[in-house]
Design a protein around this ligand. Structure first.
Ligand code: ZN
Length: 489
């Protein structure tokens, strides 16, 4: 338990150094309090500037209205790189593009219909709402027709392994909206997500001809949710698609009564790797410019919509941190480095390329922040940090109190996919802790559009990242790194 008095001396000492006015301040308690107050005032100005700026939402609109979907390898993602790099240059940041080869998967035609099922009237088929998973293989150009095997979980897949060959496996693993409703959307996604991530590969290994997975999401608008699937080394991808939840229910009801057969047409293509880029924009530190604090989000998105919440909102909230510092003419001790990552959705190559570029100087990477949990209000911080660092971050939480972003959730796990390689090397990792109760209603669907973003909520993310990034960039010594054993737990 924390008591408010016990660590005040520690924060004050730190604050004095952080403000760089140790020499100027008279000794004693009153001076410490002044320094603390000065720091609190600076953090409050950052918070207020973040909450009142309109730069973030305006640039999110530019990205989504003028460019739209941004899948790796697409001309739209290249245009987004150009657009965001120009915006960062106009803020006065030092901008560079960091190349990374990215997978180039392109969606094709996608259709499915039930061609035989119990009680089927003569001449009737039923059209299904589905969309190919990223990385899916293709059916023959005329489609394929095969019996469906309805599977609820991996245990059932194993138990019925002998029945899988030659069939279309339909997984019906539900997204648990109760978890999402109670602040555990990530857990719900992780649980149901296993069937999208690994289900197609496991079914293919047993001889399935195609795979359908129930969409991972909580809403009821008959929307299929795409997303990447992962094949085993050397495995030939088979056709794999997400079904709208309602259509998965339909197949399960019919399959419980007797044989179901379907026709599936998917014609995606996997092209040779394409050229991609991370956008890097440095707000140069005044004392230790070679030491960096990263603020980031990913610039790529799925192709069904404009990627407003995944992750237009995160990448432009992170970019707006630089706009806030520019407005206030604040130049902290270390460099604050905005990164717009490429290829988070179907490869992670941007995060890998960045990590490779700094692998020889990891000590200079002092902290990394990534926003990629949707457009909800910030409730505080997800932080992969040591236990002692919680106390150090107290002034950040105090500054965020007026906007209600006061929760500090310490974790030893991944807080952002693109910064995870840095986290694994011990770099403290952060993400805004976001209200994600409705994130998975639209996640990876055709409905991930600008209207789902509330500019005020977006600004709470800007404020959270701006206050945190400035504070971390101003600390006299960086936060301690995480020990290897903790990271791999
Ligand atoms: Zn994302």
């Amino acid at each position: 338990m924390r008591t408010s008095g016990e660590h005040r001396g520690g924060w004050a000492a730190l604050t004095l150094c952080a403000l760089g006015i140790v020499g100027a301040a008279p000794p004693g308690r009153a001076a410490e309090t002044d320094a603390e107050a000065a720091q609190a005032a600076t953090l409050a100005r950052i918070r207020d500037a973040a909450m009142t700026q309109e730069w973030a939402f305006r640039h999110l609109r530019e990205l989504t209205d003028r460019i739209g979907p941004r899948l790796s390898g697409s001309p739209q993602l290249a245009a987004a790189v150009t657009q965001v790099a120009a915006a960062m240059r106009s803020l006065g940041a030092e901008v560079s593009l960091q190349p990374a080869k990215v997978p180039h998967w392109v969606r094709g035609a996608e259709q499915g219909e039930l061609t035989e099922y119990p009680g089927q009237p003569p001449g009737i088929t039923q059209r299904l709402h589905l969309t190919a998973l990223g990385g899916s293989g293709a059916t023959p150009a005329a489609g394929l027709t095969a019996p469906v095997i309805a599977i609820h979980d991996f245990e059932e897949l194993q138990a019925r392994a002998a029945e899988v060959r030659g069939r279309i496996v339909a997984y019906d693993s539900r997204f648990d909206q109760r978890l999402a409703d109670n602040g555990r959307a990530g857990d719900a996604y992780g649980q149901a997500g296993q069937y999208r991530f690994r289900g197609p590969a496991r079914a293919a290994a047993l001889g399935a001809v195609a795979v359908l997975v129930r969409s991972i999401g909580g809403a009821d608008y008959r929307l299929p949710h795409t997303g990447a699937t992962v094949w085993q080394e050397g495995q030939t991808p088979i056709p794999a698609a997400a079904l709208a939840a309602e259509d998965s229910d339909l197949i399960m009801r019919l399959a419980a009564e007797g044989p179901v057969q379907m026709k599936l047409l998917l014609t995606p293509r996997l092209l040779p790797d394409a050229d991609g880029n991370n956008v890097i924009a440095d707000w140069r530190g005044r004392e230790s410019p070679d030491e960096v604090v990263i603020v980031s989000g990913h610039l790529d998105s799925w192709d069904l919509a404009t990627g407003a919440t995944d992750d237009g909102v995160g990448v432009l909230a992170a970019a707006a941190v630089i706009e806030v510092l520019r407005q206030l003419d604040l130049h902290p001790r270390r460099t604050i480095r905005f990164v717009g990552w490429t290829n988070e959705e179907n490869g992670g190559r941007g995060g890998q390329a960045y990590f490779a570029s700094v692998a020889g100087s990891l000590a200079k990477q002092t902290a990394a922040i990534e926003s990629d949990e949707g457009a909800g209000r910030s409730l505080g911080l997800n932080a992969a940090i040591t236990a002692e660092s919680e106390q150090t971050l107290r002034p950040v939480i105090d500054a965020l109190r007026p906007i209600g972003a006061t929760s500090l959730s310490r974790t030893e796990g991944e807080v952002g996919a693109d910064i995870f390689p840095l986290q694994e090397a011990g770099v403290p990792g952060f993400a805004p802790l976001v209200d994600a109760r409705h994130y998975f209603d639209y996640h990876h669907t055709a409905a991930d559009t600008l209207d789902k973003v509330d500019p005020v909520n977006m600004n709470t993310q800007v404020a959270t990242m701006a206050v945190l990034a400035y504070y971390l960039a101003e600390l006299p010594t960086p936060l301690p790194r995480l020990a290897a054993e903790a990271r791999h737990r």
